[in-house]
Design a protein around this ligand. Sequence first.
Ligand code: ADP
Ligand code: MG
Length: 467
Amino acid sequence: MKLDVDVLRYLTKDDFRVLTAVEMGMRNHEIVPSELIGRIASLKHGGTYKVLKNLLKHKLVHHDSSKYDGFRLTYLGYDFLAIKTMVNRGVFTAVGRQIGVGKESDIFEVASEDGTVMAMKLHRLGRTSFRAVKSKRDYLRHRSSYNWLYLSRLAALKEFAFMKALEEHGFPVPNAVDSNRHCVVMSLIQGYPLVQVKQLQNPETVFETIIGLVVRLAEHGLIHCDFNEFNIMIDDDEKVTMIDFPQMVSVSHRNAQMYFDRDIECIYKFFGKRFNLSFEERSDDIDNSDVDPDESSRPSFSSIAKTSGFLDKELAASGFTRKDEDEIQKFIEGDVEEDDVSHSEHDSELYQTNIKGFDSLHLDQEEPTASCNEEDQLDENLQSSEADQSGDPEGQNSNNEMFQEEDDEQKGEEDDTELVKSLAKQRRRAMAAARKGHKNTASRNSYKDKGGKSSNNSKIQKQLSSW
Ligand code: ADP
Ligand code: MG
């Protein structure tokens, strides 16, 4: 699958309204019942069914009727929502080629109006095609019952918060530009991951710099936890930049020592092998009384003066809370229930851009809004439909309490627009009604085409109405 941003231009206001409705439904549902989508989106003429078909055709949603008739967002659908928000905020106007495929992310070049090229990282926690790689890490051996959408959003939020805080403390990291949902926009590093570098002018200096970074991070209360040749960028002047922060932990973490030693070991091993550095003669360091002579120069965790909580203020300012940290850490350490939640195969395919250069989005900058009349209409629709709400599917899949807690606070992830507000209102009311256990009656918006093959949407396709 490719990230064909062209499609973005042809999506209508209603398309985004329904896509956003699916996203909202996913706070409580792995698969959002079609009827709930209809109620949240509450399109004037009950056109949700037609819109869903169009979204399905573009692979922005996935249809699932195994337990009941419903949909979920695909990564592509989630990408489009984040990209659209970024474009509307004026962060960038074009998406270019893919520049990186990480274990749990895809990285693209993006360009702003004035031609500044940046990097956009789309987090992909739970990406199935990476299971082989994942199984190397304890935490990812477990299939999580957590929602990938939520986890990817948390990973992006954490990465953005850490990047900003580290930058403020003078660490060589990319400049954190903006973040939304599972997407982080940052400055583009002109260089290569160290793993691709075969020769260095001054390997010792680079080595010292990198080890110095691990030590300085610890002094600031942090351990990178994935500090290796894949997450260190180096430019032609051999300047080092570190990237990739979602797995960082505090020095007060119970396994801090092990993580610290592992980061150090990775660097020693890599420089030993790739650049034939030998470490026996180095004796510039600490704590060499009771270790092997060839290990004597290694920084030891215990001898570093650590200030834990040093960055807490900055992290909190970025909107990343302790609760967020606990949640993501639970996942990272595999401390989550196993579940047989299945992800469809097209989520696991990698994006490959077919775009040479940049694909300008030329999006209407206006965020889709529900007019006052529309809002009234939404309320009316809802009141009349509350009388015949579906009883269940709410609850069947609400395996994730944190989504419910977040219902009202989660504004930060979307733009604070009328659309989001009105959809959130619809959703709350629909949920409240469903909880009351009204009788199940089929909605006129219900998606009935189980085969999911779209046919009748050429009209919508051609419709280039602005949104
Ligand atoms: P993951 O968490 O999936 O490992 P990374 O953040 O490590 O993702 O990024 C994966 C790859 O993308 C990196 O190895 C690098 O090649 C490229 N990359 C990431 N961020 C940037 C950036 N800011 N500038 C240039 N290249 C980047
Ligand atoms: Mg990485």
